[in-house]
Design a protein around this ligand. Structure first.
Ligand code: GLU
Length: 377
């Protein structure tokens, strides 16, 4: 199998950019030539028909220099948050400029751990991402460091990128780093270390090969990259670690095929459906009429018109059980409306939603991507 394959076949691609690639450690300046070359690569991917999401680090590295905070000492949390606030606005500006020069629109999204763990916020963030991507926009994402204290922090952008990939049902994530991939031993210490091109399973042997090697500017080492790989593989997303320090890193990766791919054994959609069917506890039940049962069998979304009854108390984004009128279990899904609103629109046409609720969330009560059914999985 060629290692180009997961990259080219990905419809939705997340690129993670580490601080050390983007920011000159000494001056705190964004490396303009490098960023422009990356923007060329993003445009090429976009023109290939790929939807691209950027997860970028570098806010703290840029901000601390602007604020004259020493690069030798570890920053206190409030200093780090201040640096992130100052740096993020500049960082976003750089991305916006270089991509606008190539005719691409950019959106900034700042996430906290809560946005991927709280189901309502998760659904909101996912919907926003989907909408932006459908509009051809390149989302540029970072952790919301300014408000995220340690207990509500993802902590490093490797894992943040994996969570974004999962949230967006991305097909591939490439973590650009200052290393070519995962080696059999630490290549900085052991000249006999060999690059591993493909990992299909995260075995204890593979985990032992990551010994926390990282650079001084960013946060993540190989260990966090493997954690990210685990998250991705569970979400049905292939993940690569590749060298990012040269110009045009994506083109380079395609040309040299020098990287490590962690391959998922399922698709993002099947992984998502399995997750909905398995782990999440349902908070209520929707009873479906025959028409809706049929729509479900055909793999369609669930509309309010087909809902006969709503039981339980649940919030938007919670899982609910689906039953037919005889109480037979049909599956589970993530609801786009809370119990109160679902009751109000049950049996009604989607074009009546706005007049009933005063807002029009979405036509479907459960989108087909958010459904797990007994038959279809
Ligand atoms: N969010 C941090 C920043 O933008 C970086 C975290 C990381 O690199 O893992 O500065």
């Amino acid at each position: 199998m060629t290692t180009k394959f997961p990259l080219l076949k990905a419809k939705r691609l997340v690129l993670k950019i580490g601080s050390s690639l983007l920011v000159n450690e000494k001056t705190g300046q964004v490396k303009n030539t490098w960023l422009n070359a990356l923007a060329d690569d993003i445009l090429t991917a976009y023109e290939r028909g790929q939807q691209v999401i950027i997860v970028t680090s570098g806010a703290v590295a840029v901000g601390r220099k602007v604020l004259n905070l020493s690069t030798d000492k570890k920053l206190l949390l409030p200093q780090k948050q201040a640096a992130a606030a100052v740096g993020q606005i500049r960082l976003a500006h750089y991305y916006q400029e270089v991509l606008a020069e190539r005719g691409l629109n950019v959106a900034q999204i700042l996430l906290t751990l809560d946005d991927s763990e709280n189901r309502k916020r998760y659904l909101n963030a996912r919907n926003t991402l989907n909408t932006l991507l459908d509009l051809g926009v390149i989302p540029v994402i970072n952790e919301n460091d300014t408000v995220a204290t340690s207990e509500i922090k993802v902590g490093d952008n490797d894992r943040l990128a994996a969570r974004v990939a999962q949230m967006a049902s991305a097909d591939a994530l490439v973590i650009f780093s200052d290393i070519k991939g995962l080696y059999t031993a630490n290549p900085r210490k052991d000249p006999a270390a060999k690059l591993i091109p493909v990992v299909e399973k995260l075995t204890p042997e593979i985990e032992a090969m990551a010994d926390g090697a990282g650079s001084s500017v960013g946060t993540g080492g190989m260990a966090t990259k493997l954690m990210a790989a685990r998250l991705c593989m569970e979400a049905g997303c292939d993940m690569a670690i590749a060298l990012g320090s040269e110009l045009h890193p994506l083109t380079r990766m395609l040309k040299t095929e020098e990287c490590t791919w962690f391959l998922a054994d399922k698709t993002p959609i099947s992984a998502r459906k399995a997750w909905i069917g398995g782990a999440i506890k349902p908070r209520g039940t929707l009873v479906l009429d025959q028409g809706a049962v049929k729509a479900l069998d055909q793999g369609k979304s669930l509309l309010p018109a087909g809902i006969k009854a709503v039981k339980g108390s649940f919030e938007r984004g919670d899982a609910v059980t689906l039953e037919d009128e005889n109480g037979c279990f049909l599956g589970k899904g993530l609801t786009a409306y809370n119990a109160h609103d679902a009751k109000a629109i049950a049996g009604k046409h989607s074009n009546e939603i706005e007049s009933i609720l005063g807002y029009h969330g979405q036509d479907e009560i459960i989108h087909r991507d958010d459904l797990f059914t007994e038959k279809r999985g």
